[in-house]
Design a protein around this ligand. Structure first.
Ligand code: ATP
Length: 266
């Protein structure tokens, strides 16, 4: 996930056109993009550019993809990290990693820092504030409070569990914008399936709308997976084009995977 779409300079080549559906979310993010692209305009007006945005919602709905798209749309450096990377046995190690992440972000500004699974470091603190996780979270708060005016850094956190997060993290000046990224509706499912079949030889008899109808409750990641599985099955079946049989088998496979992992989804 960290390297697939990044070149050696950590610039993102993902843009909004790669993110299907999620229209309201993209509208909301346009404002953030304008902040980054025209920060002087806002600074002149005395407005503070937001430091942190929190994406919350079920897994596989495109949170990472959206963060990369914000970086791509603003030609910002994209620094990916996962909350779990900061959780260490030795006190101070996580905090040190947070510090160096922000140092790098400042050097390469404008920067989008993406912290996936932010609940791993951002869950509610204990009363004795000495353990490793608390120190890491405290360091993150210090860094977010101390952004220099001269550098544009926006931290995007992602979580499936907004309810677990420490309130200190959600205060103004920190992650004060919360954006829900949910499972796609039928229109968005059609768009996501279209994006992921765009460069594949799909039989003209396949109706993407019908596939979208059949995949109620699926996430964007699962829809992307269906398109990929269908292509793999077509190769196995020695087909020149991906037909409806391949898509149906792919849906069955993804459903079977879901049943094994999480019976309650169905
Ligand atoms: P997690 O919470 O598990 O980290 P996530 O919400 O960050 O998941 P992504 O990693 O962004 O989800 O999505 C996984 C993959 O699913 C993407 O790389 C993309 O291929 C596909 N995908 C998800 N949502 C969309 C979308 N709206 N448009 C196009 N592709 C999508």
């Amino acid at each position: 996930k960290t390297t697939e779409t990044l070149n050696e300079k950590d610039k993102s080549d993902i843009s909004f056109k790669d993110v299907a559906g999620l229209h309201e979310v993209k509208d909301e993010l346009q404002e953030i993009i304008d902040f980054i692209n025209n920060s002087e305009k806002y600074v002149k007006m005395g407005a503070k550019v937001p430091n942190g945005i929190l994406f919350h919602g079920p897994p596989g709905t495109g949170k990472t993809l959206l963060a990369k798209a914000v970086a791509g749309e603003t030609n910002s450096t994209f620094l990916y990290s996962s909350g779990s990377e900061f959780v260490e046995k030795y006190v101070g190690v996580g905090a040190k990693r947070v510090r160096s992440l922000f140092e790098r972000a400042k050097k390469e500004s404008p920067t989008i820092i993406f912290i996936d699974e932010i609940d791993a470091i951002g869950s509610k603190r204990n009363s004795d504030s000495n353990n490793e996780k608390d120190q890491t979270l405290n360091q993150l708060l210090v860094e977010m409070d101390g952004f220099h005016k001269s550098s544009t850094i926006i931290v995007i956190g992602a979580t499936n569990r907004l309810d677990l997060l420490d309130e200190a993290l959600l205060r103004p000046g920190r992650f004060d914008r919360h954006i829900y990224v949910g499972n796609p509706n039928i229109k968005s499912r059609t768009e996501i399936l279209s994006v992921h079949t765009k460069n594949k030889p799909v039989d003209s008899s396949v109706n993407i709308n019908d596939l979208a109808k059949k995949t109620h409750g699926f996430s964007g990641a699962q829809l992307a997976n269906i398109a990929n599985e269908a292509a793999i099955i077509a190769v196995r079946n020695k087909k020149k084009l991906i037909g409806i049989d391949e898509f149906n088998s792919a849906i069955e496979r993804v459903v079977a995977g879901l049943e094994v992992k999480n019976p309650s989804v169905l």
